[in-house]
Design a protein around this ligand. Structure first.
Ligand code: SF4
Length: 92
């Protein structure tokens, strides 16, 4: 059995990647964020709950900013870009 991990190209456009690979890359990016830059799990889930019910969510992306909401919601410095400001920055 090979212990070699399959590597994901870090310089590929999403369209050049297999669907599984870019979701994996996004998860790895979120996991790799410094802990001090990330919101708590509780805040993360609260933010995503708003996104799930928002009319601006389309295929995992926010139509206002173009971000993948799972990535944006993980970062303390980010806020909801919508007019309604469903969630705010989380800097203490
Ligand atoms: S407008 Fe705000 S709540 Fe709606 S999808 Fe974008 S980030 Fe999420």
């Amino acid at each position: 059995m090979s212990s070699e991990k399959q590597r994901v190209c870090r310089k590929c456009l999403l369209r050049e990647m297999k669907e599984d690979d870019y979701f994996k890359t996004m998860r790895e990016y979120i996991q790799g964020l410094p802990e001090e830059d990330k919101v708590t799990d509780e805040v993360y889930e609260q933010r995503l709950k708003f996104c799930k019910e928002c009319e601006n969510l389309l295929n995992g992306m926010c139509r206002i900013c173009g971000c993948f909401v799972e990535m944006r919601a993980a970062m303390k410095v980010k806020s909801c870009p919508g007019v309604e400001k469903y969630w705010e920055r989380d800097i203490v």
